[in-house]
Design a protein around this ligand. Structure first.
Ligand code: NAG
Ligand code: NAG
Ligand code: NAG
Ligand code: NAG
Length: 248
C-alpha cells in the first residue's frame, strides 16, 4: 500500500527512489468502517489527502500535519471515486495539538469537529481509543490502512491495508534524534518490504480493534521503520480537546 505520508516534500525523494514503498492488499470493502478519507488545501492551495478515523459521531482523529483549509471528510468509502452511499461532511473546526512541531513532527495529532454528526451504519462506525496505560510493545503486529501511494507511486482509489511490526524505540532513535519513544511508535520491520506511503498520513495503526497509532512520517532512509504518534500518551489532551469541541 502506499504509505507514508508525511512530510510531503521530504517524502518526494523517497518515492523517487522507486520500488521501495511496498505492497499491502486491498481491504475487504467496508471492513474498516471507522476509516475517514480527508481532503484539504495546503498553504499553496494544492489539494492534499490524508487518512483519519472516526472516534465520535462528529469527531475524526488524524495527524496535525494534515491541517489546512476547507477540510472535508468522507465516511463509508472504499473506492473514493465512487461516492454513492458515502457521507461527505465538511470540517467545522480543526484542533491540532498546540505543541505540534512542523519541523520535527512531534505531537502529530489533531481532532476534527465535523459540521454535523455522521449517520452510523454498517459502513460507518467509530473506533475505540486506548487507555493511558495501554503500552504498545516491540514485536506486536498491528494493521494500518489508507488511500496513499501504491508501490507504483500512484495514489490508490481503493482502501489498502498492511500489517506492520512494532520495533524498538532505539531503532528509530538511532535514525532520528527527535524520535521520542514515550510519545511515538517505531513501526515496520526494515527486512520486510511493507510500509505506509505518501497520502496515508493520519490513518490509524490498529491493534486488536483499538487505534493505537497515527501515521506520521518516514525516516530519511525511506525504508521502514516509520514513525507513528503513540495515541495512549495523549489521552488527557484528547479528553480535554473533545470536551472543548463538544461544547455547543
Ligand atoms: C470541501 O467541500 C466544499 C463544499 O462542497 C468545497 O467547496 C471545498 O472545495 C472542498 N474542499 C476540498 C479540499 O476539496
Ligand atoms: C490550520 O490550518 C488553517 C488553514 O490553513 C489555519 O488557518 C490554522 O491556523 C491552522 N491551525 C493551527 C493551529 O495551526
Ligand atoms: C498502479 O498499481 C495499481 C494497482 O496494482 C493499478 O491499478 C494502477 O493501474 C497502476 N498505475 C499505473 C500508472 O501503473
Ligand atoms: C519525550 O516526550 C515527553 C512527553 O512530551 C517529554 O516529557 C520528554 O521530555 C520527551 N523526551 C525527550 C528526550 O525529548
Amino acid at each position: 500500500m502506499g504509505l507514508l505520508l508525511v512530510f510531503l516534500v521530504a517524502v518526494l525523494s523517497v518515492d523517487a527512489e522507486g520500488g521501495k514503498i511496498l505492497w499491502g492488499t486491498e481491504s475487504k470493502p467496508h471492513s474498516r468502517p471507522y476509516m475517514a478519507f480527508i481532503n484539504f488545501y495546503d498553504s499553496k492551495l494544492v489539494v492534499k489527502r490524508c487518512g483519519g478515523f472516526l472516534v465520535e459521531k462528529d469527531i475524526v482523529m488524524t495527524a496535525a500535519h494534515c491541517n489546512g483549509s476547507n477540510i472535508n471528510v468522507t465516511l463509508g468509502a472504499h473506492n473514493i471515486k465512487k461516492q454513492k452511499n458515502t457521507q461527505l461532511i465538511p470540517v467545522r473546526e480543526a484542533k491540532p495539538h498546540k505543541d505540534f512541531n512542523s519541523v520535527t513532527l512531534v505531537n502529530d495529532i489533531m481532532l476534527l469537529k465535523l459540521e454535523h454528526k455522521a449517520q452510523l451504519s454498517s459502513t460507518v462506525k467509530t473506533i475505540a481509543l486506548p487507555k493511558s496505560q495501554d503500552w504498545v510493545k516491540p514485536g506486536q503486529v498491528c494493521t494500518v490502512a489508507g488511500w496513499g501511494n501504491l508501490a507504483n507511486c500512484t495514489l490508490s482509489k481503493t482502501l489498502q491495508e498492511v500489517n506492520l511490526e512494532v520495533q524498538t524505540g532505539q531503532m528509530c532513535h538511532s535514525m532520528s534524534k527527535t524520535y521520542n519513544n514515550s510519545i511515538q511508535l517505531c513501526v515496520g520491520n526494515p527486512n520486510e518490504k511493507k510500509a505506509t506511503a505518501r497520502g496515508d498520513s493520519g490513518g490509524p495503526f490498529v491493534c486488536n480493534g483499538v487505534a493505537q497509532g497515527i501515521v506520521s512520517y518516514s525516516l530519511c532512509t525511506g525504508t521502514p521503520p516509520r514513525v507513528f504518534t503513540r495515541i495512549s500518551s495523549f489521552i488527557p489532551w484528547i479528553q480535554k480537546t473533545m470536551k472543548l469541541l463538544q461544547q455547543p
